[in-house]
Design a protein around this ligand. Structure first.
Ligand code: SF4
Length: 285
């Protein structure tokens, strides 16, 4: 099975969703637009009428004529600061910005800067290759992550690992995975803005130390936090953004993908875009 077929299987996209003329084709940049257009149409159609009719619908799809997607890079506003930032906070940010990995690890483990330190079991700094070219950023630890001290474990983590595997990536080899918040919000509630403001210097330093070629942001909250945006995730994805000068691609959170069939194909598009960005960065290096 080629990598593309393997990826679609991981995402739970049946073979009949895949246009026949593309089945078995290698995943190359030149084919991405065709895949995007066809899967988009096929996904909507299947959602509307059911999987059994997919082959019939697919056979009737017109040949896509859309032009190749133009990768746009958006400039971002400066890194967020709390509304009132006192000298102590500025000094803390500056200290974090100068940390090496050992200091960062110790600082996160001991951090009591926000109320989440009262309820956490473990801090979750992140996991993976600290020289990786790919970095994935999620929202915050959940229950299992809090217990194990590692991001993306459980069913969502398995799906994420399978998705990474289909791209030739693995968390212990060539990707680093972290969250915006290093401690679990109780009951998996949404993080508060002050919690993000206190914790983001840690993520910013991680990104500065790793200097990945591409950052893939997983889920609405992480995307909106990192990009300082209130734009819905459906509009943030499909465009290349920037964080601290590094290209950012937005996609759905694996936990969401586990329960939302129709958006799995879009996640595939997003990872294709991320790979395109990564490969382009490699070619320019
Ligand atoms: S969430 Fe971040 S800022 Fe808050 S206590 Fe944990 S490490 Fe510190």
């Amino acid at each position: 099975m080629n990598r593309r077929a393997q990826f679609l299987e991981v995402l739970g996209i049946p073979a009949e969703w895949v246009p026949r003329r593309l089945a078995g084709a290698p995943v190359e940049a030149a084919t991405l637009v065709e895949v995007e257009v066809d899967i988009e149409v096929a996904t909507v159609a299947v959602a509307a009428v059911g999987a059994e009719a997919a082959a019939e619908i697919e056979a009737s799809l017109p040949t896509p004529t859309a032009p190749p997607r133009v990768v746009m890079v958006e400039a971002l506003s400066p890194a967020p600061q709390p509304a009132v930032q006192d000298e102590a906070a500025l000094a803390r940010d500056a200290a974090i910005a100068a940390m090496d990995w050992a200091a960062l690890e110790a600082a996160v483990a001991e951090c009591t800067a926000c109320g989440l330190s009262d309820t956490r079991t473990n801090t979750v700094l992140g996991v993976g290759d600290r020289r990786a070219e790919w970095m994935l950023v999620g929202e915050a630890p959940g229950e299992n992550e809090d217990l194990q001290g590692e991001p993306f474990v459980g069913q969502a983590g398995k799906l994420l690992d399978n998705m990474l595997g289909a791209l030739g990536l693995a968390r212990d080899r060539n990707v680093f995975i972290a969250n915006v918040l290093k401690c679990r919000p109780p009951g998996n509630r949404n993080p508060e803005p002050e919690e993000v403001a206190h914790c983001e210097p840690f993520l910013r330093r991680q990104i500065a130390l790793i200097r990945p070629k591409v950052i893939v942001v997983l889920g609405r909250f992480a995307a909106q936090s990192l990009l300082r945006s209130t734009t819905p995730i459906g509009k943030l994805r499909g465009t290349v953004h920037q964080y601290e000068g590094i290209p950012v691609v937005v996609t759905y959170h694996p936990a969401y993908l586990l329960r939302t069939l129709t958006d799995k194909a879009r996640a595939w598009e997003d990872l294709c875009l991320a790979r395109e960005v990564h490969d382009r960065a490699g070619a320019e290096a």
